[in-house]
Design a protein around this ligand. Structure first.
Ligand code: AHQ
Length: 236
């Protein structure tokens, strides 16, 4: 038994502290978005650049799926891919994000051809996919735990878009509505895997580091947008 091992309560507290310090809801671009201060150009840039992140989520989840050793975990994890890629009955999250772009005035082909994706956004997202490709599977799962912090943020965002950006057609918000149930489910499953599989202090610290890395991925995406579409002080 590793005497340095954190209890589950201590481990979860350390994970949550990473979000309290570094989650992208504290980034100036995100704060400006929630204060209704983004111009249509700035908000469309966020939508078009976040599309590159969204379309890569099922790619990284398929990489993780290929590494999960248990049928039970794979049966749960595969739902993440279906949520984004869709099925006959449900177009899925990637399609919903394209429709968010259309609802904000970005033509479908401009979302799909990635003409608006900034180099640093591409690099940050590709770094996330490669992290999941190269790291041990339970550490890759730990990097998805930013979803512990997402539901609060996404529920606020729906109200913000409805009230402060009424020029976005409401049907575009369907993606965020779906995440209100998908994200907590995914976070619960991801956390159960990380608590179960991190059996020594070294693994626990590596999982905490993975979550910090993922916060930096999301932060870097907004840094790139801030440099191309300045909204004021970038202080961190
Ligand atoms: O829409 C988001 C999403 O599908 C995911 C998957 C998850 C992961 O596996 O890394 N992370 C994530 C996130 C989504 N939306 C972000 C937002 O702010 O809208 C938050 C992001 C996350 O917190 O990791």
């Amino acid at each position: 038994m590793d005497s340095n091992l954190l209890s589950n309560e201590q481990f979860i507290a350390r994970l949550r502290h990473v979000g309290e310090e570094h989650y992208h809801d504290k980034h100036p671009y995100h704060i400006a978005m929630h204060e209704g201060k983004l111009s249509p150009v700035q908000l469309r840039a966020w939508i078009a650049n976040r599309f590159y992140y969204q379309k890569n989520i099922p790619v990284k989840d398929a990489i993780i799926l290929s590494k999960l050793p248990s049928r039970e975990d794979r049966r749960e994890w595969i739902q993440r891919i279906i949520d984004h890629d869709g099925r006959e009955s449900n177009a899925g999250g990637i399609e919903a994000w394209i429709r968010l772009g259309e609802a904000a005035g970005i033509p479908r082909d401009e979302m799909l051809d990635e003409r608006h994706v900034l180099p640093a956004v591409r690099f940050a997202v590709d770094a996330y996919v490669n992290f999941c490709r190269l790291e041990p599977w339970h550490i890759a799962v730990a990097s998805s735990l930013t979803e512990l912090f997402a539901p609060t943020l996404v529920s606020k965002r729906i109200g913000v878009f409805e009230q402060l950006y009424p020029w976005i057609r409401p049907e575009g918000l369907a993606y965020f509505q779906a995440r209100l149930t998908q994200a907590p489910r995914d976070a619960d499953h991801g956390l159960s895997i990380v608590l179960r599989e991190c059996r020594d202090r070294g693994d626990q610290e590596q999982a905490i580091g993975a979550l910090r890395f993922k916060c930096d991925v999301l932060w870097a995406l907004l840094d790139a947008l801030s440099l191309s579409f300045p909204v004021g002080d970038y202080g961190r």
